[in-house]
Design a protein around this ligand. Structure first.
Ligand code: 13P
Ligand code: SF4
Length: 357
């Protein structure tokens, strides 16, 4: 079967995803915290290791990564940063796909993660077997997957994209007249389809954090703060995106707080990002977008439960024990690295072209 008309009945059934409660990280006294951070700093130096943290992780981890010469970034920059390091070990504080991407790009390095069970609802919604079978049934489509997927899913893809580079890559493919299978985030896929006009079939996955933002309550909040700019990550539902002044990756949203003249911002993404936003523009006022409105269930309350599994204690523990190392089957790695590198090369060329203008 290679028909371009693919209906909902064509998609394999996805098992329901078990969402963990938001982790209660142990409260530390300032003396305990100082001792832990000193231990971690010492181990990073002794092991020639760097800490690579996502914007959604706890501020303690972001602060430590910055202070020790590591990086705090979106998923695109996290991937790039690892490839530029001379370090022997990358310690990735984020979710599993970020550690796997680091290992795929840097097979010679040791990649550790504070908690290997830190997954992502998008990754969970796209099991490799069903996905590969689906793609094989539609060989006339180009397969583009979000970085929030497993190594095996990436190995079946033609392109991997992150939210920071998705629009220009999809525009590029649409200009070549390619039909696209997009997985796993249906909301981001819908946003890409609408903003580029590309012909896209959307896998029915979603982010449990961004799906909780509610447009009715957001519009009500915007009325209370008419001077505020509304910032939305494109993993949010279409009705929430429709309320936005800026739609973009985590980095794009931080840049908007820095560069827009507004004093206030309503922010529809994980709260972890407030640490960097406040640092980028200390005089600006940041307001959390509502996750509870009509019909909301507030499963996540704008805090990714999997990102929340990273903390100073389990970071110290993996450096001490060497546990939680990421390994990727070499045959999978050999295939998965191709679409990831294709994305990084595209991003590099785009950056060079923009710098020339
Ligand atoms: P970014 O690529 O924008 O950092 O997004 C990753 C992610 O998981 C957002 O939920
Ligand atoms: Fe995945 Fe959503 Fe968590 Fe990002 S915020 S890691 S997309 S579950």
């Amino acid at each position: 079967m290679s028909s371009s008309i693919i209906g909902p009945e064509d998609f394999p059934k996805i098992k329901s995803i078990a969402i963990p409660p938001h982790p209660e990280n142990p409260l530390l006294s300032s003396a305990q915290k100082e001792k832990l951070t000193q231990d971690i700093e010492g181990m990073l130096v002794n092991q020639n290791a760097v800490l690579v943290a996502h914007y959604y992780t706890h501020a303690d981890l972001q602060e430590l990564a910055e202070r020790t010469g590591g990086c705090v970034a979106d998923s695109l920059e996290m991937a790039r940063f690892g490839t530029r390091q001379k370090a022997d070990t990358l310690v990735v504080a984020g979710v599993r796909f970020m550690g796997e991407t680091a290992k795929i790009l840097n097979p010679e390095k040791r990649v550790l993660m504070p908690d290997l069970s830190a997954t992502c609802s998008l990754d969970e919604a796209c099991p490799a077997e069903g996905f590969i079978e689906f793609c094989d049934q539609h060989p006339d489509h180009t397969v583009v997957v979000y970085a929030n997927t497993s190594a095996r899913v990436k190995a079946r893809a033609d392109w991997v994209v992150t939210s920071g580079i998705a629009v220009p890559i999809i525009e590029h493919l649409a200009a070549r007249g390619e039909k696209i299978i997009w997985a796993p985030d249906k909301h981001l896929g819908n946003y890409l389809r609408q903003s580029t006009g590309a012909e896209m079939v959307l896998w029915p996955g979603s982010c449990i954090v961004h799906e909780e933002f509610k447009s009715v309550a957001l519009a009500r909040m915007a009325k209370l703060h008419p001077d505020a700019a509304i910032l939305v990550h494109p993993e949010s539902p279409e009705s929430v995106i429709a309320e936005a002044d800026v739609v973009g990756s985590t980095t794009a949203l931080i840049n908007a707080v820095r560069s827009l003249p507004n004093k206030r911002f309503i922010v529809a993404t994980d709260k972890g990002i407030f640490y960097k936003m406040q640092q980028a523009a200390p005089d600006k006022i940041l307001i959390e977008a509502p996750t509870v409105g009509e019909g909301a269930t507030c499963q996540a309350c704008a805090e990714c439960p999997w990102m929340g599994m990273n903390n100073l204690q389990n970071l110290a523990e993996v450096l001490k024990t060497g546990n939680n190392e990421i390994f990727i089957d070499p045959a999978i790695r050999e295939k998965a690295v191709i679409p990831i590198k294709r994305m990084l090369d595209f991003a590099e060329k785009l950056k060079n072209a923009r710098n020339k203008d």
